[in-house]
Write a protein that binds this ligand. Structure first.
Ligand SMILES: Cc1cc2nc3c(=O)[nH]c(=O)nc-3n(C[C@H](O)[C@H](O)[C@H](O)COP(=O)(O)O)c2cc1C
Ligand code: SF4
Ligand code: FES
Length: 543
């Protein structure tokens, strides 16, 4: 493969394009609502209507409004139909001949779409994730070619550093600094690992990207491999993500056949192979040392850091480990330049972030916005607020390691620093909206129970502490705890976060600490020796 052949694919795709394209979402959310049958119905209807020469029906990835699927769009800017069924799908085809569409429509001008900025998700819902040509037609694999033939590895690292990109897996560590560290550490081999474990409850950002635009991630990984001097990459995906795994494997094969992965990428001296490794759905395996142990066939439990993977990773070799979305940003940064990327977002938190907006909110689905966007814009304007005019009580960000942000902080910008100041974290992008009926102590208990179940048991503070904290929270919820129990809970939160071995235990108390910070009255009023008003079991205070 060379640049001319790449261009030939782009030209052929453009020439083959029919005047009208009907796009049907075949990502996991819509598939679970039978979008495969809708796709077949649409294809049959186009054949039967005699419009097959001018209308193409294509299966595409996630169109973001997952709660209203199956979604079907006519062209990029035509009507967008939601909750399409096999009964009303053919009416969509009939509209092309002046007929009446029977399926519900969703305005593309709605703030849900209009207020988003698409970098990571720009191909999602537009291209066919199962055809590499579809990705190449959008300019895909051009950045890899540019890196290999126009830049030195150190230039690639320098560009990523200047872009200000920070890791999207949770902690926001500067990506360029990580790449430079791996590149300077010596070892017989180096490895690239993509973390697609995505274990946070309610989060499916990474899954959607892998199902909808897998080549973007492969291209980002190959560029990283070139930059740090690695010839082997692994994508660690949780086993539940069967469709993502299937599409990734297909994408890897297609790229290999075209000479875009494997031996002599673009006929250059650079070899880069990618293999998929499947996890068994343990949350702790998203932690980098546990993940690497799992890839090496060992039990997936964390080990102390240092040494960090950059120095002593897979099989003791320098290893670069980044999140799916981190790699997905790389091709555009190389193509458009570091300055282009750095201008999006805030000076400290550049670029966009994909969030998974769920909970008591009108529009559940994927949202991509520049970092620094106020939380209110995301949940009220894009998300449409609480259904039926209800009030937002809090927004949970960062999953089990994050916190609950009360409604008085809705105007806070969503970036790494600002979220930290108000007691939460960005995490990998889970965002759960809670209405005024939500019992915040029960929310804290839910997340603690999750951490307790997912604790690997290797260290005592987390293994025993999460059980005790969960028991104390349960007693507060059912009204059988006293003030001494609450004090014990607070001491345990502090002790477990300071003494646990890995991030799971260190951050397990966060949802409890943040709800204590902002909703302390909900705890206090339920204590049996409470001096304040007592609460009923729903958490609503009785006067
Ligand atoms: C318990 C636990 C679970 C984690 N799960 C994930 C995950 O699912 N995906 C992810 O990218 N990072 C996860 N992380 C963070 C990773 O350890 C690592 O920091 C991250 O993948 C680095 O990539 P980045 O620099 O691109 O953010 C988790 C950390 C902990 C402590
Ligand atoms: S903090 Fe929890 S999950 Fe992490 S090593 Fe200790 S027991 Fe395992
Ligand atoms: S899965 Fe179809 S819109 Fe998200």
């Amino acid at each position: 493969m060379d640049l001319t052949e790449l261009e030939n694919i782009v030209t052929k795709e453009a020439a083959d394009r029919k005047p009208c394209e009907i796009r049907c979402c075949i990502a996991a959310g819509c598939l679970s609502a039978n979008s495969n049958d809708v796709l077949s119905t649409l294809r049959t209807a186009v054949e039967d209507s005699g419009m097959a020469d001018r209308v193409n029906v294509v299966g595409v990835g996630c169109m973001r409004l997952c709660s209203q699927g199956p979604l079907v769009g006519v062209d990029i800017d035509g009507p967008l139909y939601c909750r399409v069924t096999t009964d009303n799908a053919s009416s969509i085809v009939a509209t092309l001949n002046g007929g009446q569409g029977e399926a519900e429509t969703f305005e593309r001008e709605d703030p849900f779409f209009a207020k988003q900025t698409s970098l990571i998700l720009k191909n999602c819902g537009c291209i066919d994730p199962e055809r590499i040509e579809s990705y190449i037609a959008t300019g895909g694999y051009r950045a890899l070619h540019q890196a290999l033939f126009e830049l030195a590895p150190s230039d690639v690292i320098e560009t990523v550093t200047r872009s200000g990109l920070r890791g999207r897996g949770g902690a926001g560590y500067p990506t360029g600094v990580k790449w430079a560290t791996v590149a300077k550490n010596s070892g017989e081999r180096r490895f690239v690992v993509c973390n697609a474990d995505e274990g946070d409850p309610g989060a499916f950002m990474n899954r959607s990207v892998l199902e909808s635009d897998p080549h973007r991630v492969l291209e980002g990984m190959a560029i990283a491999g070139f930059a740090i001097g690695a010839n082997q990459g692994y994508i660690y995906v949780r086993g539940e993500y069967t469709l993502a795994i299937e599409r990734l494997n297909k994408a890897i094969k297609q790229a290999g056949r075209m000479g875009l992965l494997g031996t002599g990428v673009f006929s250059s001296p650079f070899d880069f192979r990618i293999d998929v490794r499947i996890g068994a759905g343990a949350f702790v395996c998203g932690e980098e040392t546990a993940l690497m142990a799992s890839i090496m066939g060992q039990r997936g439990t964390p080990t102390p850091r240092p040494p960090y993977p950059a120095e002593h990773g897979l099989w003791g070799m320098p290893t670069l480990l980044n999140n799916v979305e981190t790699f997905a940003n790389v091709p555009d940064i190389i193509r458009n330049g570091a300055e282009w990327f750095a201008e999006i977002g805030t000076p400290q938190s550049t670029g966009t972030k994909v969030f998974c907006l769920t909970g008591n909110v009108v529009h559940n689905g994927l949202v991509e916005v520049p970092l620094g966007t106020p939380l209110r814009t995301i949940v009220e304007e894009i998300g449409g607020g609480v259904p039926n005019g209800g009030q937002i009580k809090a927004v949970q960000t960062g999953g089990p390691s994050g916190g609950c942000i009360p409604q008085e902080h809705l105007d806070s910008p969503v970036d790494y620093e600002s979220l930290g100041k108000i007691g939460s974290i960005m995490g990998s992008g889970g965002m759960i909206v809670m209405d005024d009926q939500t019992d915040m102590v029960d929310v804290a208990r839910y997340f603690m129970e999750f951490c307790m179940d997912e604790s690997c048991g290797k260290c005592i503070p987390c293994r025993a502490g999460t059980v005790q904290m969960k028991q104390l929270l349960s007693r507060i919820v059912d009204g059988s705890a006293n003030r001494a129990d609450l004090e014990r809970l607070e001491k345990l939160c502090d002790m477990v976060s300071r003494t646990s071995l890995c991030g799971l235990g260190q951050t397990a108390p966060n949802p409890t600490v943040s709800t204590l910070r902002y909703f302390r009255d909900e705890y206090e009023s339920r204590l049996i020796d409470s001096t304040t008003a007592k609460a009923n079991s729903n958490g609503a205070t009785c006067q």
